[in-house]
Ligand binder design. Structure first.
Ligand code: 5GP
Length: 177
């Protein structure tokens, strides 16, 4: 049985405001340039769709799917690419779009992998960043919200493929973690 939704963390209005802020920042920083948004599937698909429609500079999309080994709710840091990009990122201004950065291990792997492909520039835009001690050092230029170390679902984020369609972000009950 799917665990209970316990606590509202971000309302649809708060999310909308945060996504607007990120889109404005990105549009200003990349004025006169074209960007390639690389969405990390599946979790980032809702965020990416909203973000991209608010960015005012020309945007291209691509997607990558990775799996991180670990328990249902924690990453081990061993990452495998399940679906690679379709496009060549060489010479492009790439922004990796992530739903949530927890330990930072998945992102550290993705950054190394992308940099090896020779983009003109590389930045990260994450909707959520967990505030946890001992996080691996990744430079996230665009962060929507910092949240405490709880397992969250909604707005693209799942628990065992459930809850991705919720329009808000909520914490699950403790016994699901
Ligand atoms: P990291 O490598 O930073 O520890 O974990 C990143 C990935 O783990 C995220 O892209 C996401 O897929 C998953 N993850 C980490 N924390 C959460 C969470 O609170 N909720 C959900 N649904 N997924 C999470």
């Amino acid at each position: 049985m799917a665990p209970r939704i316990e606590k509202m963390m971000l309302t649809p209005e708060e999310i909308r405001e945060g996504v607007w802020r990120l889109a404005r920042q990105i549009s200003t920083d990349y004025e006169g340039k074209e960007i390639l948004l690389v969405g990390v599937l599946k979790g980032a698909f809702v965020f990416l769709a909203d973000l991209a429609r608010l960015i005012t500079v020309p945007v291209q999309f691509d997607f990558i799917a990775v799996s991180s080994y670990g328990s249902a709710t924690k990453t081990s840091g061993v990452v495998r690419i399940k679906k690679d990009l379709d496009m060549d990122v060489r010479g492009k201004h790439v922004i990796i779009v992530e739903d949530i950065v927890d330990t930072g291990l998945t992102l550290a792997y993705l950054m190394r992998n992308m940099l090896a492909r020779g983009p003109a520039s590389l930045e990260v835009c994450a909707l959520l960043e967990k505030e946890i001690p001992g996080k691996s050092e990744v430079n996230i230029k665009y962060v929507g919200f910092k949240i405490p170390d709880v397992f969250v679902v909604g707005y693209g984020l799942d628990w065992a493929e459930n809850y991705r369609n919720l329009p808000y972000i909520a914490a699950l009950s403790k016994d699901s973690q």
